[in-house]
Design a protein around this ligand. Structure first.
Ligand code: ADP
Length: 407
């Protein structure tokens, strides 16, 4: 292959506080060579799984810290003969949650960038410590290799101010940078790029619904993010598996007064015990759906609230785009796979937006079905609805490759 040499291998890293996921790709073919997942880093019962050639291998051993996991990862790459030496790795892309207002695209990680990511920990307190540990471990063990940060917020930086400001004292923004940032940006960008390619134009208007355990909807105007449902943190917007989505903020003080609970506990309940879990006791969409289909009242309520919260954002963004929508796109675990919720959302949109579902296509897409993507509306539907599997990892890979190649 032209331009190919054995050094064109790129790692994609997604590090958590006690975990590290890696995938090694060959570029420019985007061929996945091996991937793996280190878990319980820092605990005595740590373990990891490696997937190569369709085979999954599980191993156990004490991983003291992220550097330990990275050393094991390199051993796995060499033992499995995907690389002969570390010199073959020419770029590493890291998923980073928060780029604040500093980063509107992916960047090469320099000392300054790493300092910024450390500073931004206050905006991503749950994610940044693990991500920083992953970056530092890679820098220590593979010091000569270009590393790139791909921020989950970056794609949303194009939002106009009226869409990202909250109507709170302006000083909160000036002093503390309280504003909407949006998340899942890597996924929304991947889908936007896919749709630009599909529609053959850059100035696309889209409503992208990323609904998995976490969920966000973005409004894409002229090919750029114009608005999105998540806010300062991923808690805002849609009802999710365990997150409440938008609520009246006064609920927090009210519950504190009523129960004596501390603010950190309430924050935890809103992030981890609310959403579908809060309403019906099940956070996984499939479990909630099973309850509903069994006639369980709270399961039915959770389903209706979940569907309506999706419809509400689509309707909002339809108006924000003045009805000029090239496509609605359904992506991530729930909407890539579940026929019923897709059907029910479209039922709510069909009259006001002139959307006509194609049941054959809808019934054919998703896990266990013939197709994994396609258009689920008829050709005379005013707005087409696409199902497109997202691929955040490939987006990180492409950004990393482009930045490293351009040096
Ligand atoms: P995340 O990346 O936020 O963890 P995913 O995009 O993997 O989330 O989506 C997870 C959600 O997708 C879960 O609620 C799960 O129930 C749902 N899901 C996964 N597969 C299916 C399926 N075959 N049918 C319906 N829902 C599914």
């Amino acid at each position: 292959m032209e331009g190919y040499d054995k050094m064109d291998k790129y790692l994609v890293i997604n590090a958590g506080s006690s975990s590290l996921k890696f995938s090694l790709y060959e570029m420019p073919s985007e061929k996945l060579l091996i991937n793996g997942y280190f878990e319980k880093i820092g605990f005595e019962d740590s373990f990891w799984t490696i997937k190569i050639n369709g085979e999954k291998i599980k191993k156990e051993g004490y991983l003291l810290n992220h550097s330990d996991a990275v050393n094991r990862m390199i051993e796995e790459l060499i033992d499995n003969k995907v690389i002969d030496s570390m010199d073959e790795i020419c770029g590493i892309g890291h998923r980073v949650l928060h780029g604040g207002e500093l980063y509107s695209e992916s960047v090469l990680i320099t000392d300054k960038v790493l300092d910024d990511i450390i500073d931004l920990t206050k905006l991503g307190p749950l994610h940044h410590p693990g991500e920083i540990a992953g970056i530092k471990a890679m820098m220590e063990i593979l010091p000569g290799v270009n590393q790139v940060a791909v921020f989950d917020t970056a794609f949303h930086q194009s939002m106009p101010k009226r869409n990202y400001m909250y109507a709170v004292p302006y000083e909160w923004y000036l002093k503390y940078k309280v504003r909407k940032y949006g998340f899942h940006g890597t996924s929304h960008k991947y889908i936007t790029e896919y749709m630009k390619d599909k529609l053959g134009r850059d100035d696309v208007n889209l409503i992208i619904c990323h609904v998995g355990s976490g969920a966000s909807i973005s409004c894409i105007k002229d090919g750029k993010c114009f608005d999105t449902s998540m806010g300062l943190t991923p808690l805002d917007g849609l009802i999710m598996g365990t997150r409440s989505g938008s609520i009246d903020p006064s609920i927090i003080k009210f519950i504190m007064d009523e129960t004596g609970m501390k603010i950190d506990d309430i924050d935890n309940e809103l992030n981890k015990k609310s959403g579908l879990l809060g309403v019906c006791g099940k956070n996984d969409f499939r479990d909630m759906l099973a309850l509903k289909l069994d006639g369980d009242k709270l399961g039915m309520l959770a389903y209706d609230m979940f569907r309506d919260s999706i419809v509400k954002y689509i309707a909002d963004y339809y108006f924000k785009l003045d009805g000029n929508v090239d496509a609605i796109v359904f992506t991530a675990g729930v909407l890539e796979n579940n026929i019923k919720i897709r059907d029910d959302i479209i039922k709510c949109l069909s009259n006001p937006m002139g959307i006509k579902i194609n049941m054959n296509m809808n019934n054919n897409i998703g896990y266990g079905h013939e197709l994994d993507m396609g258009v689920i509306t008829d050709s005379d539907s005013k707005v087409p609805v696409y199902v497109v599997p997202t691929n955040e990892e490939v987006m990180i890979l492409r950004d990393t490759y482009e930045i490293v190649k351009s040096r």
